[in-house]
Design a protein around this ligand. Structure first.
Ligand code: AMP
Length: 410
């Protein structure tokens, strides 16, 4: 469906055209009409589905149609981390290029000047404020924030905000907002605490859900909990253990790590090639051709390869680190066991990635086997599904207070 068919105005369509968004994604098709209809919304959707545009586009349209008062804040978006808040605010700036609305990201870690700019936006008005809960509370506590005109309240990645201990902050923030407003809650999962929060914040809401793709049945998924220093040795030995595996892909999140893995594996394996954005298109195609024809046994790649490229008969996919979201995990391991063949997918999880991996397990509704490493490799970190706390953080006492140590971490 096009954005025109969804009822978005010309200014927004023009901005979308410049950004190269031609067709709406499924979450956008479902959410945009509900939001334009001024209903509350409870949406189940993960990062990567286009959920940010799904809530931003219709809200920008509603605000511009309502002819907002000079100097008012009209929409508040809450997001768990400063990175996500910044990302959302950047999308707002791009979308609102032709509709003349303003926005400001409010998050911690900036200098005094940044704080003053945030204060100015919260007092003199920016149409859309995108904030992390903790920082917004600091401003609210100073007494100058004017939220009397907020007509739209959006919670993005609500489950993550609750996991990070933000429930009391969210409730407090909501108490500063007008009762008559539109509330939109986006979450990847729906544990009981999210349902409770939704009940307290939303009214007569519509509910939509975008199902995540599931890994193919033929993939044997295994994970190893390891320290970063053990990863190179482990993959060397795992690969050495499987001489009959003719095609192996190793994924890593950064180009730097890709180069490091290639260096380490080259010591023990021939036939290995890096594929990252450092290669131009023709070099990448050549590398893939050699891989397809089994001339190259192992390729080490960043996510440029995880989506869409159809290489047949890959026996083993190794995730050197845990991908940022579940869709990427499913795409990465989907390179093996294509068209009903079988394959193995191995993920290496360090202490920092355990919580992220646990969230992927929840999303794909599957607990993945945690295998022990080779006995002579020494001790490994214990599997732990709790979010990691920031070191040096002093936990506050008090009944029912949860740690907020993981704030603003990604
Ligand atoms: P999100 O789920 O909001 O994090 O979006 C994931 C990515 O998809 C972002 O890089 C968006 O810019 C992009 N995106 C969102 N909607 C569309 C669309 N309709 N067409 C093309 N790309 C999109």
């Amino acid at each position: 469906m096009t954005f025109k068919e969804l009822g978005l105005n010309e200014g927004l369509q023009e901005a979308l055209g410049y950004m190269g968004f031609e067709k709406a994604t499924p979450i956008q098709e479902k959410a945009i009409p509900v939001i334009l209809n001024k209903k509350d919304l409870l949406a189940c959707a993960q990062t990567g589905t286009g959920k940010t545009a799904a809530f931003i586009l219709p809200v920008l349209q509603l605000i511009s149609e309502s002819k907002p008062k000079e100097g008012s804040c009209d929409c508040l978006v809450l997001a768990p981390t400063r990175e996500l808040a910044l990302q959302i605010e950047q999308q707002i700036q791009a979308f609102s290029y032709f509709v003349d609305l303003t926005s400001k990201a409010v998050y911690g870690g900036g200098d005094g000047q940044e704080f003053e700019e945030q204060k100015r936006a919260l007092t003199k008005g920016a149409n859309i404020i995108v904030a992390t809960p903790g920082k917004l509370i600091s401003h609210l506590n100073m007494g100058y924030v004017n939220f009397s005109e907020i007509g739209h309240f959006i919670l993005d990645e609500a489950d993550r905000m609750l996991d990070m201990g933000f429930i009391e902050d969210i409730e407090k923030i909501a108490s500063f907002l007008p009762k008559k407003r539109q509330t939109l809650l986006f979450s990847a999962t729906f544990p009981p605490n999210i349902k409770k929060l939704a009940k307290s914040l939303l009214q007569d809401q519509e509910e939509i859900s975008i199902a995540i793709s599931k890994p193919a049945k033929g993939v044997l998924q295994v994970a190893y909990c390891v320290f970063d220093t053990q990863k190179d040795e482990l993959i060397q030995r795992l690969i050495a253990d499987k001489p009959n595996y003719k095609s192996i892909i190793i994924f890593s999140s950064t180009k730097k790590k890709v180069a490091q893995i290639v260096r380490s594996l080259r010591k023990v394996n021939g036939g290995i090639q890096a594929v990252s954005s450092d290669l131009d298109q023709s070099e990448r195609e050549l590398a893939l051709r050699k891989f397809r024809s089994k001339e190259t046994r192992i390729i080490v790649a960043t996510d440029v390869l995880s989506r869409g490229i159809d290489v047949k008969d890959i026996n083993l996919v190794i995730n050197y680190d845990v991908p940022s979201d579940a869709e990427d995990y499913v795409h990465r391991i989907g390179r093996t066991a294509r068209a009903d063949t079988t394959g193995v997918a191995i993920t290496l999880i360090n202490e920092d990635d355990m919580y992220k991996f646990h969230k992927i397990e929840r999303l794909i509704e599957m607990e993945i086997i945690k295998a022990p490493v080779f006995t002579d490799m020494g001790s490994t970190p214990a599997w732990n599904t709790k979010p990691k706390k920031r070191s040096g953080f002093q936990k506050k006492g008090g009944k029912g207070k949860r740690s907020k140590g993981n704030r603003n971490r990604r």
